[in-house]
Design a protein around this ligand. Structure first.
Ligand code: P6P
Length: 328
């Protein structure tokens, strides 16, 4: 099916799509394109490991905790190694902020880009065969190429992102990303080892009836959250919560909906991390016509204070986020 807006039909290979749009970037000298290819390649490798985890004893935990104090799954560590290796070989990124590493991973090269990544989000679902995902953000470094990576390079607000997206390892594996000119999705065809354009210029429905929240924490939600949930129930919404952010987000992106992770007594700042979960998805959802807020502040405008800081997250259809935040 020819899409006149871009002259590239559904089914176009990722590489050709990236090349076609590389010229849209005044400063693009191909590095950002190469970075996207590196992510796609690492995603293929992680996809293969995720799909056979049970067979080669890759599921389960390694008995250690990451800096978040969360039980590290074998695939968490593997995915982190795969993505860092891809960026190291590619040479386009000079530093990486990863959920699995306490400090910034400095690649000591002349790369122009900073990556923030959650290599495998929702990994506690690996053992029960529920979809999981990789979430990534790409920034340009602010300090001169080749100089030591500075704190201002890594703690940039989400509005500075040059690209962001996610891989969803589900019934099929899909790569969804934006470079600030809309959102496109590529479905992976494992027999050909290639991603093909499956959703062009994705737009999230302005409104929806699906809300995603873990209501087991409702006793500790603040009043505005409970008022909104009351509204949802009175207006015949549907609750859908997979417990895997990327899977919940992707369904809401396609069908319309809102995902909420408010502050709770267990996670007073919210559970999700600003740098490599909230900012990345906020850029995607805004590019698709949706919204992302902490409840009181636009996610993309938050000035980060630390690598792994958390924030409350309301993300999805514009009208749903507006209503949810109107109770504040
Ligand atoms: P809870 C997975 O650990 C994750 O980061 C997201 O993928 C998911 O939406 C959320 O946490 C689930 O958290 O507290 O509901 O189990």
């Amino acid at each position: 099916m020819e899409d006149s807006r871009i002259g590239l039909p559904i089914g176009t290979a990722l590489d050709r799509f990236i090349k076609r749009f590389q010229d849209d970037f005044p400063y693009a000298t191909g590095e950002l394109s190469q970075l996207l290819r590196d992510i796609a390649l690492a995603g293929k490798v992680v996809n293969r490991e995720v799909n056979k985890a049970g067979l080669i004893n890759l599921s389960g935990s390694i008995g250690s905790e990451n800096i978040q104090g969360e039980d590290q799954q074998k695939l968490d560590v593997l995915a982190n190694i795969r993505f860092i290796r891809a960026f190291t070989k590619g040479g386009e990124a000079c530093a990486i902020i990863s959920e699995e590493d306490e400090k910034v991973v400095d690649l000591h090269n002349n790369g122009k880009y900073i990556i923030a990544i959650d290599p495998l989000d929702g990994s506690s679902n690996i053992d029960v065969n529920v979809s999981i995902g990789t979430i990534f953000s790409i920034y340009r470094r602010l300090s001169p190429v080749g100089s030591p990576v500075s704190e201002e390079d890594v703690l940039q607000p989400g509005i500075n992102q040059v690209a962001s997206g996610y891989l969803l390892y589900g019934s099929s594996t899909i790569l969804v990303y934006t470079t600030g000119k809309g959102v496109n999705a590529f479905t992976y065809e494992p027999t050909l080892g290639e991603y093909f354009l499956s959703h062009h210029d994705l737009r999230i429905p302005d409104d929806g009836k699906i809300y995603s929240v873990n209501e087991a924490s409702a006793h500790s939600f603040n009043e505005p959250v409970n008022q909104y949930l009351e509204y949802c129930k009175k207006n015949r919404h549907t609750a859908r919560y997979i417990g895997s952010l990327v899977a919940d987000f992707h369904r809401n992106l396609l069908k319309g909906g809102i995902y909420l992770y408010p502050s709770t007594d267990q996670n007073p700042q919210g559970k999700l991390r600003l740098m490599y979960e909230c900012n990345a998805l906020a850029f995607v959802v805004e590019q698709a016509g949706g919204k992302a807020s902490t409840g009181t502040e636009r996610i993309l405008e938050i000035k980060p204070k630390s690598l792994h800081q958390r924030c409350p997250l309301y993300i999805g259809s514009k009208k749903m986020v507006d209503r949810a935040t109107s109770y504040y």
